[in-house]
Design a protein around this ligand. Structure first.
Ligand SMILES: [Zn+2]
Ligand SMILES: [Zn+2]
Length: 641
């Protein structure tokens, strides 16, 4: 007989599975594990005397995950035959699991205040990977010989077996803290603790502290110095909701093992005015360095601190670093509202990834490659691989290099769209949809081939003022009017005309007079709007392409008529939402497609997405599950082009 625990897990990554296996192994209980149709199924030997104890241990230590949706249990007649083993063929960059965190803050442990603490299924392990196969000799830890204790842990049944970069104070990485007139080293519990204490005090004294965390370089400073690129790191979990207005799902997501960055509503008035906005990107400490810094800041009564992802050259008052080489990933930004959630952007947690049946093809995007390995496709950064032999290579069109004699090029919107088709296994099913990353485009998949129906039109700022003034009768007066009443905006637009590459939403933000001249700025401004409906912004199509000039002219005229920037920003996304759903509706009727696909990172926008959700209620859109909706999913779609 077997006791079956079934977890509804959207992610195909192994860490949740490995957590359960780690614990079950410690109890020496036979267990079968399988993953199919998003169900992670564990069948335990029901007759084992310690099963109850084992299940309790799983329940109390399994970390929360963004991708775990529900669980159920039942019994069946199967007989589990063997002890399951951890699948640790590639590392990820995750937050720390509860037991590693505990170990790091336990004064009696050999890893007290040791920031490189992690196990075989948590922590910033990917950062230290140099090449495959994943083994200590192929990581930055290759020159560090593990001490007897660490060696023993790696060879006995525990969460540290197969943990190739296992280390502790006595065999681990020394860290140094450098400021203008002092340099200190940490290599044991006491010195590490002092180092984090000194850093926390420096931040409290308004200094900027650059730290080489296991997730990459981050510069930390007081939250009153927030700028457009800052992320707020919340420190005390019990005080998070004093400062942020969160729905339960957001709170749980922040504390999940994936530790994503979320765009959430602020509650704290001082923060709102420091930020000049109602919303901010926030995160709960993920790696050992951030957790230890947070612990010391909390002792000083600090609830939150700001940081930015930067590089080693950033000029800070104090630098905490070490000699191991790391290869960091872009962080995971997660989108969620009451009804739905998805990964907005970033490589972390989604990559590396083994997924889909293998094909004899190499897919290359700007940052990642996909290649056949064992039975599946494998996706990661190119630098981690040696040569592969495949029949052909599919390469993103922005790369000119020749990788293969049989090489074809693919574009962003089509490969992004196909990645969604692949994730939902919609091959052979007619789908229509849109891709939105700066430029909107519309696509149709007939079950076999993908076609861009409305291609993206690259925005060019050259002649933007001239183009707007000649748009239609009276448009010249609009531009004249802008010049006299808003000379700052006019001058900025004039200067934009000389620049080679300008994004559409940069021009929009400039017209709106926002300090954050980007899509992000317009998105944040839209979140200030609390009313019901917005106004109609011109989003029409000329010559089968989105008309940038009509769109910008429409914003200028509302701006001159005194409509507030918050209403205007909100209305831009509302109008975009209607524009997308209208065109998708038309395409759906024409093609008789049954599915709607949305991709491209600009859909990770509360105002736009909720409008689309409302409009597409009858055919809820399909979106990526294991991968971000934009940018990073391109390498996945590239396999199927
Ligand atoms: Zn751990
Ligand atoms: Zn050790």
């Amino acid at each position: 007989m077997a006791f079956v625990l079934e977890l509804h897990n959207l992610s195909k990554q192994n860490y949740i599975k490995n957590f359960v296996i780690n614990i079950t192994k410690e109890f020496d209980i036979k267990m079968d594990v399988s993953y199919q149709d998003e169900k992670l199924t564990f069948s335990f030997d029901k007759n084992h005397s310690k099963l109850q104890e084992c299940l309790e241990s799983i329940a109390s230590t399994l970390p929360a995950s963004l991708f775990l949706k529900s669980s159920k249990s039942y019994e069946n007649d199967l007989e589990p035959l063997k002890i399951a083993s951890v699948d640790n063929s590639y590392p990820l960059n995750l937050g720390l699991c509860p037991s590693c965190q505990k170990e790091m803050l336990d004064v009696s442990s050999s890893r007290y205040y040791y920031p490189f603490t992690s196990c075989n299924c948590c922590g910033g392990n990917y950062s230290f990977l140099n090449s495959y196969p994943y083994d200590r000799k192929n990581t930055s830890f290759k020159f560090l010989v593990p001490c007897k204790n660490c060696q023993d842990e790696m060879q006995t049944i525990s969460k540290k077996d197969t943990h190739h970069i296992n280390s502790c104070h006595s065999c681990g990485v020394p860290v140094r803290l450098i400021s203008k007139n002092s340099e200190r080293y940490a290599n044991d519990a006491g010195s590490f603790r002092t180092m984090f204490e000194v850093s926390a005090k420096a931040i409290q004294d308004d200094k900027k502290v650059l730290i080489k965390t296991t997730m990459g370089y981050r510069v930390f400073y007081k939250a009153d110095k927030l700028n457009n690129n800052s992320i707020l790191m919340m420190i005390d979990a019990s005080r998070i909701t004093d400062n942020l207005a969160l729905i339960t799902e957001e709170f749980n997501a922040l504390l999940s093992i994936e530790r994503p960055v979320l765009d959430v509503t602020l509650k704290n008035e001082e923060l709102k005015s420091a930020k000049g906005s109602n919303t901010a990107y926030v995160k709960y400490p993920d790696d050992g360095f951030c957790i230890l810094l947070g612990t010391e800041l909390q002792k000083l009564g600090v609830d939150f601190v700001a940081y930015e992802e930067v590089d080693a050259n950033y000029e800070a008052d104090m630098v905490m670093e070490y000699d191991l080489e790391i290869s960091s990933q872009t962080d995971m930004r997660y989108f969620l509202n009451k009804d739905t959630s998805f990964i907005a952007e970033g490589q972390r947690v989604s990559f590396p990834s083994a997924n889909f049946e293998k094909r004899d093809v190499l897919s290359i995007s700007e940052n990642l490659v996909g290649l056949p390995q064992d039975k599946t496709m494998f996706f990661d950064k190119m630098e981690h691989f040696n040569d592969v032999e495949v029949k052909k290579a599919n390469v993103i069109e922005s790369i000119d290099e020749k990788y293969h004699s049989n090489q074809i090029k693919f574009n962003k919107q089509e490969s992004s769209f196909i990645s969604v088709v692949a994730e939902h296994n919609l091959f052979g099913v007619k789908c229509v949809g849109a891709y939105f990353d700066e430029e909107p485009s519309f696509l149709y998949y007939d079950g076999k081939n993908i076609i861009t129906i409305v291609p993206p039109k690259e925005f060019k700022a050259t002649d933007i003022l001239e183009n707007i003034s000649t748009l239609r009768e009276g448009s010249d007066k609009l531009v004249q009017n802008l010049k006299t009443t808003k000379p700052d905006v006019y001058n900025k637009l004039e200067r934009l005309q000389d620049r080679e590459s300008v994004k559409l939403f940069e021009a929009v933000a400039i017209i709106l007079g926002l300090s954050d001249e980007s899509m992000r700025g317009v998105t944040k401004e839209a979140m200030k709007f609390v009313g019901k409906g917005g106004i109609q912004i011109d989003t029409h199509v000329t010559d089968n392409r989105f008309d940038h000039n009509a769109f910008l002219a429409s914003i200028i005229s509302y701006q001159l008529a005194g409509v507030s920037t918050a209403i205007l920003s909100y209305s831009i996304f509302e109008s975009f939402g209607d524009y997308f759903s209208e065109l998708i509706g038309e395409l759906k009727d024409k093609t008789k497609a049954s599915e709607v696909v949305l991709c491209g990172t600009h859909f990770a926008n509360q105002s736009l997405f909720s409008r689309m959700q409302r409009n597409l209620k009858l055919t809820p859109p399909r979106m990526n599950k294991n991968y971000p909706i934009g940018g990073e999913n391109i390498v996945v779609g590239g396999v199927f082009i």
